[in-house]
Design a protein around this ligand. Structure first.
Ligand code: OOG
Ligand code: NI
Length: 453
């Protein structure tokens, strides 16, 4: 087969993320309302702030704003996780980062499947935060074995999806017809099922251990539990959610509002109670699915991240129990120690930047200067913040908890096990910090080479 006849993984991912969004809007109408609200606030923000619109255009961020979203799923076994890795690979999505949620009292650990190279991220950065249930953390032997048995009996993939994943691997790509079938077949794995695979008693026993365990174990597949569009003004969307009929999570997770946004801020509307038909025809309910929004800022270097973690920890002591307005006020106060100026973030090595020639740089002729700051002073180069493409464990824990009714079990804490996660995945997770560092370094090298020519 000729390579040219294959549909690019970027194209398949783009189609899949759109199909997923359409499915979720149909399943959870409040998500459609959330999308409308985010679009409206983004439009107003850009109108009010033409400079921001200009910056986003130059940085190639405006084009992807409308398609940008992430989702989340939770799976129950090593086999499911390993197969998902192969499924996402068809769409150019690879496991980046390891997140230990046991620390937050939730019995899972996670990675994010996402595109990794610049062009793919610019086209459609669709990410899926994927958590693996850690049955080994359940103390009760009978319950743990029962859960494992139920999980072993299900297959979350269609035959068609399995076949096309294998075809992709052996052929090195998918043809147009295969790609179309793949999107439809893969989507089935993420669909909601209102009929549980277990009876109400089993559901309740698992639920009593932890709501999340019931969510993973009792259904035919790992239903997408939320989708998350990217907003340019998360505070405004949070404020307007109640008017639009949504019940927002108490506080926005992550750093405070800043002139130079860092990392990631997130909030959600709370999960809906949905009616479920249990085995034996008994009716019941389950609460799992919600909608989330995120606002992304610059990726931080290890030094920047260390400062962030330190300030976040400090603020948590002071924000416990506060409403969002007070929480944000205290957070802003604590984060005064985090520079809020692009040049300072760069000079102090706190954030990652991508270097580019200015107009003057492009027309300067041959320049052999190697001192970066001298090049800045001469106006030949500029630095643009690299957007953070990943997640934050403390924020993720907050999102989990607000949708699990504050359910946390301290006994799970202190159980990070990246080796076990990678063994289940059948691959290593990619180090997100290395990706940002590589991108920064490559842009710097390219700029210097271009100036010397
Ligand atoms: C995942 C929660 C984490 C995020 O954006 O940090 C998450 C889940 O509830 O399954 O999606
Ligand atoms: Ni999320």
């Amino acid at each position: 087969m000729n390579r040219q006849t294959f549909v690019s993984p970027d194209e398949i991912r783009d189609r899949f993320s759109k199909a997923m969004s359409a499915m979720y809007q149909a399943e959870v109408p409040q998500y459609e309302t959330l999308l409308e609200l985010v679009e409206q606030v983004n439009r107003e923000t850009l109108e009010r702030d033409p400079a921001l619109a200009g910056r986003l255009t130059v940085h190639g961020e405006l084009d992807r704003l409308g398609v940008e979203r992430h989702g989340a799923i939770r799976v129950g076994s090593d086999e499911e996780l390993a197969m998902l890795r192969r499924l996402f690979a068809v769409m150019g999505m690879h496991p980046v980062g390891y997140y230990d949620l046991s620390e937050a009292g939730v019995p899972v650990h996670s990675t994010a499947f996402r595109p990794v190279d610049d062009a793919s991220l610019a086209r459609n950065p669709f990410r899926v935060f994927t958590s693996l249930l850690r049955l080994e953390l359940i103390e009760n032997d009978t319950l743990r074995e029962r859960a494992a048995e139920i999980l072993a009996a299900r297959d979350i993939f269609t035959d068609g999806a399995r076949e096309l994943i294998a075809t992709h691997e052996s052929q090195g790509g998918l043809t147009a017809d295969q790609a179309e079938r793949f999107v439809n077949e893969a989507l089935e794995t993420f669909r909601w099922h209102r009929d549980a695979t277990v009876d109400l008693e089993t559901y309740e026993a698992l639920h009593a251990e932890h709501r999340l365990i019931a969510d993973v174990v009792c259904f035919r597949g790992p239903h997408i539990n939320h989708l998350t569009p990217r907003t340019l003004d998360i505070d405004e969307v949070q404020r307007r959610m109640p008017q639009a009929g949504m019940d927002p999570k108490e506080v926005i997770e992550g750093p405070p509002r800043r002139r130079c946004p860092i990392l990631l801020r997130q909030t959600s509307f709370k999960a809906l109670e949905e009616s479920i038909l249990f085995a034996g025809e008994r009716q019941g309910t389950h609460t799992a699915r919600f909608g989330e929004i995120e606002q992304r800022g610059v990726a931080l270097t290890p030094a920047g991240r260390k400062l962030y973690d330190q300030l976040l920890k400090e603020s948590r002591r002071r924000t416990a129990g506060l409403d969002n307005a007070e929480h944000q006020r205290v957070l802003a106060e604590v984060f005064r120690d985090f520079p809020d100026d692009e040049a300072e973030l760069r000079l102090r090595g706190l954030a990652f930047f991508e270097y580019a020639l200015t107009d003057a740089g492009r027309t300067a002729g041959r320049v052999v200067e190697r001192d970066i700051e001298a090049l800045f002073e001469r106006g030949l180069i500029e630095a643009r913040p690299i957007t953070y493409e990943d997640f934050l464990p403390v924020s993720a824990a907050g999102i989990f908890q607000s949708n699990l009714g504050g359910d946390r079990n301290e006994a799970y804490a202190g159980n990070a096990n990246r080796d076990a996660f990678e063994a289940a995945l059948g691959a290593s997770v990619i180090d997100e910090l290395a990706l940002y560092a590589k991108r920064e370094q490559a842009s710097l090298t390219a700029v210097l080479v271009a100036l010397e020519r």
